[in-house]
Design a binder for this molecule. Structure first.
Ligand SMILES: Cc1cc2nc3c(=O)[nH]c(=O)nc-3n(C[C@H](O)[C@H](O)[C@H](O)COP(=O)(O)O)c2cc1C
Length: 178
C-alpha cells in the first residue's frame, strides 16, 4: 500500500511521531509519504491507498492546517481508509474527564470538516520547556503538573509510548480496506 502521512506540529513531537510511523509502515513492506499539512494545499489523494493525518492539540484544538486540509479534501478523504493521530499531553494521563475532552476534540473535527476517520489514536506527546516561550511555559507548567505531578517542570520529557504506537499502527495496517 502507498500511505500518505500528513502532519501538523508546533514543537516537533508530532513530526517525530509521523517519521516513526513512516518507518514502521516501510518496515511492514508498504510505502509512505510524509507531508507537512501546511504545504498540502491542492494535493490529490488519488495516488494513496490510505491516509494518516496527525496533529498535536494546543489549547484544546488541533492545528488549523489539519482542519483546513480535511475540509478541503471533503470529497476524496472520506473515501480512503484513514487514521487520525491525535497528539496531546492529556493522553499521557488517565483522567476520564480529560479523555472525554480528547474524544470531543476529535468529534468536533469530524463535525466541522465532514471527515470521520476510521480510527482515532490518542497519542501522548512531549513536555518541552526548552522549546517554549514564556507564555507556553506558563500554560504547560499547569498542564504537566496535572498530568504528571512528579515531573520536573524545567526538564524536557517525552511521554510518547513508542511500542504502543507501533501496535496501533500494525493493527490499523492489518485492517481490511473496505
Ligand atoms: C501552548 C500549549 C498548549 C497546549 N495545550 C494542550 C491542551 O489543551 N491539551 C493537551 O492535552 N495538551 C496540550 N499541549 C501539549 C501538546 O499537545 C504536547 O506538548 C504535544 O507533544 C505537542 O506536539 P507538537 O510538538 O507536535 O506540537 C499544549 C502544549 C502547548 C505548548
Amino acid at each position: 500500500m502507498f500511505i500518505l502521512i500528513g502532519y501538523a506540529t508546533t514543537e516537533g513531537q508530532t513530526a517525530k511521531i509521523a517519521r516513526h510511523v513512516a518507518r514502521r509502515i516501510t518496515e511492514a513492506g508498504h510505502s509512505a509519504e510524509l507531508l507537512p499539512l501546511a504545504e498540502a494545499g491542492g494535493l490529490s489523494l488519488a495516488p494513496y491507498d490510505r491516509v494518516i493525518l496527525a496533529s498535536s492539540i494546543h489549547l484544546g484544538h488541533y492545528h488549523r492546517a489539519l482542519s483546513d486540509f480535511a475540509a478541503a479534501q471533503a470529497t476524496e478523504l472520506p473515501a480512503k481508509p484513514s487514521l487520525l493521530l491525535s497528539v496531546s499531553l492529556a493522553a499521557a494521563g488517565h483522567e476520564a474527564e480529560d479523555w472525554r475532552a480528547l474524544d470531543k476534540i476529535a468529534t468536533d473535527l469530524a463535525a466541522a470538516t465532514g471527515w470521520t476517520p476510521d480510527e482515532v489514536a490518542q497519542v501522548a506527546g512531549a513536555y518541552m520547556p526548552s522549546r517554549y516561550d514564556i507564555f507556553r511555559r506558563f500554560v504547560m507548567r499547569r498542564i504537566v503538573a496535572a498530568q504528571d505531578p512528579g515531573a520536573d517542570p524545567d526538564a524536557d520529557h517525552e511521554y510518547t509510548d513508542w511500542p504502543d504506537l507501533d501496535r496501533r499502527i500494525d493493527a490499523w495496517l492489518d485492517r481490511p480496506s473496505a
